[in-house]
Design a protein around this ligand. Structure first.
Ligand code: ADP
Ligand code: MG
Ligand code: MG
Length: 439
C-alpha cells in the first residue's frame, strides 16, 4: 500500500506538474496547534521518504529535549495547493520516532480508531460545523462595529458586510472539491459558519485542520482575525464544532432504519449509547481548554440561548440536548467546541461510539423537551463537567477511553493538558482581586 501510494503521488513529479515551489509539511500537536516546515520542492523527495524532522519537546508533546527527531511523514493523498498561494502545497503528516508511528500523534490516534471501526466492517463518515468569529486583529472586539444586534443569527446585512472573506473561503472550498453548500451569520455578533459536505472521518479531519488554517489566512488578508476560541465574549454565544456522524458498510448507511421513530438503526442507537456513556471523559478532548467550560454549562446569552449542551441527554430534532437525531440515519454530537483538535475530535467520537457498539450500550429513551427551559424538571440527568480539571480527571479514570485510545495516548495528553490547567491556576484574575481584596 505504502509503495502504491508513493508511486501514484511522487511529490517531486506532482510539484513539477502543478507548479508547486514549496511544501508545507504539517501536523497538529496535543495543544491543538498546527506546526509545519516549509520545504522547497527540490528537497521533497527525501522528505517524502524519511519525513521532516522536528524537536517534539518544542511542540506540545510529552517528549524531552534529549529525544531524537520526531519525523513528520507527509501523506500525499491529503495534498492541498493553497488556494490563495498555489505555489505552496499543504500536506498533512503522520508522526514517527524510532521507526514507529508515535502513539500520542493525533492523526495516528485517529487512524487507529478508523482501523478499529474497519475491524467491525464499518466506515465512519462525519461532517463538522466549525463556527468562528471574525474579530479585530488584537482579538479584543468583534471585527464589524455595525454588527451589534442582540439577535444576529442569519443577519443578511452583517453577512454581506463580510462577503469578501466568506466568498473567498467558499470559492476555495469549491475549487478543492469539498462541495460547500451554505454560509451564514451565526448566533453571536461577528460569528459565522460555513458548511461543506461530510466525508470519511480522516478526510473530514484533514479538511477541518485546513479550514481553520485557511480561515485565519484569508481573514488576515482582509485585515481581520478568525478565531475558533470557544467563548471569546462572555455575553455572546460561543463557537461550537458540532459533529454529524453516520456509519457505513459499502454504499449502505447502516445507521439508517426508516422504520424507527428516529430513523436510527440498532447500531446507531448503540453508538449514541457509547457517546452518552463516555460523555464526561470525552469532554477532556472535545472541550480541551479552560475557556471551553465557559461555553458549555453557560448562562443564557443576549440572544436568548447558548445553543450548547448542559446535560448528557439526547433527543430527536431538538437543539437543546447534547445529541440531536435529525433523521435520515445520522446524529449530531453538539458537545465539541472550536478548540477541539480536529483529529482527536474524530478519534474520541469513534472511540466512544465503537465502545457503544462493542458493549451494546443502550442510550435509554430520548428526552423530547426544551432542555434550556425544562431541564430542572429532569431528575438524574447527568451533568457535564464544570471545568477542564473535572474533565481531565474523568478521562484519567475512564477505563473505556484508555482501552480504546491507549495509555500511550491518554497519559501524554493528560500531562500536556494538566500543565495548561496548572498554568491557569497560577494566574491571578481581576475577579479574584475584587472578590477577595476585602475579605
Ligand atoms: P445543522 O446546522 O442543522 O446542524 P448543517 O447543515 O450546518 O446542520 O451541518 C450538517 C453537517 O452534517 C454537514 O457537514 C453535512 O455534510 C453533515 N452530514 C449530512 N448528512 C450526513 C451523514 N449522513 N453523515 C455524516 N454527516 C452528515
Ligand atoms: Mg449548522
Ligand atoms: Mg449543528
Amino acid at each position: 500500500m505504502d509503495n502504491v501510494q508513493q508511486k501514484c503521488y511522487d511529490l517531486e513529479t506532482v510539484a513539477r506538474e502543478k507548479g508547486i515551489r514549496y511544501f508545507l509539511i504539517s501536523f497538529i500537536d496535543l495543544s491543538g496547534a498546527q506546526r509545519a516546515k516549509l520545504v522547497p520542492a527540490s528537497a521533497i523527495a527525501g522528505m517524502q521518504k524519511n519525513g521532516a524532522g522536528f524537536a517534539g519537546f518544542a511542540a506540545a508533546f510529552d517528549m524531552s529535549p534529549a529525544d531524537p527527531d520526531l519525523l513528520a511523514i507527509p501523506d500525499p493523498s491529503g495534498l492541498v495547493q493553497l488556494p490563495w498561494k498555489p505555489e505552496v502545497g499543504w500536506l498533512p503528516a503522520d508522526l514517527k520516532m524510532h521507526g514507529q508511528y508515535v502513539t500520542q500523534g493525533p492523526r495516528n490516534t485517529l487512524k487507529r480508531m478508523i482501523q478499529r471501526a474497519a475491524d467491525h466492517g464499518i466506515t465512519v463518515k462525519t461532517g463538522v460545523e466549525a463556527e468562528f468569529f471574525l474579530v479585530t486583529p488584537d482579538g479584543a472586539q468583534v471585527g464589524d462595529e455595525h454588527d451589534s444586534s442582540v439577535k444576529p443569527c442569519y443577519d443578511a446585512s452583517a453577512l454581506m458586510r463580510r462577503y469578501d472573506v466568506i466568498a473567498e473561503l467558499c470559492d476555495a472550498m469549491q475549487s478543492l472539491g469539498w462541495e460547500p453548500y451554505q454560509n451564514d451569520h451565526e448566533d453571536a455578533n461577528g460569528q459565522f459558519e460555513m458548511n461543506w459536505k461530510y466525508a470519511d472521518a480522516l478526510v473530514t479531519a484533514d479538511r477541518h485542520v485546513f479550514f481553520k488554517f485557511m480561515a485565519r489566512a484569508i481573514a488576515e488578508k482582509h485585515g481581520l482575525r478568525a478565531t475558533f476560541m470557544p467563548k471569546p465574549f462572555m455575553h455572546l454565544t460561543g463557537s461550537g464544532c458540532h459533529a454529524h456522524i453516520s456509519l457505513w458498510q459499502g454504499a449502505s448507511n447502516v445507521c439508517h432504519d426508516p422504520a424507527d421513530k428516529m430513523e436510527l438503526s440498532a447500531k446507531g442507537y448503540n453508538f449514541v449509547g457509547g457517546l452518552i456513556h463516555n460523555a464526561k471523559a470525552l469532554c477532556a478532548i472535545l472541550n480541551p481548554t479552560v475557556n471551553s467550560y465557559k461555553r458549555i454549562n453557560a448562562p443564557r446569552t443576549v440572544s436568548g440561548a447558548t445553543w450548547s449542551p448542559n446535560t448528557v441527554t439526547y433527543a430527536g430534532d431538538n437543539r437543546t440536548h447534547m445529541i440531536r437525531v435529525p433523521g435520515g440515519g445520522r446524529f449530531e454530537m453538539r458537545l465539541p467546541d472550536g478548540a477541539a483538535n480536529p483529529y482527536l475530535l474524530q478519534a474520541a467520537l469513534l472511540a466512544a461510539g465503537l465502545d457503544g457498539i462493542e458493549q451494546g450500550r443502550d442510550p435509554g429513551e430520548p428526552l423530547d423537551i426544551n432542555m434550556y427551559l425544562e431541564g430542572h424538571k429532569v431528575q438524574n440527568a447527568m451533568r457535564l463537567p464544570l471545568n477542564l480539571l473535572d474533565a481531565l480527571r474523568a478521562l484519567d479514570e475512564s477505563a473505556v477511553l484508555r482501552g480504546m485510545l491507549g495509555d500511550g495516548f491518554v497519559d501524554p495528553y493528560l500531562k500536556i493538558k494538566t500543565a495548561d490547567w496548572n498554568a491557569h491556576c497560577g494566574h491571578l484574575s481581576e475577579w479574584e482581586r475584587q472578590m477577595t481584596m476585602d475579605c
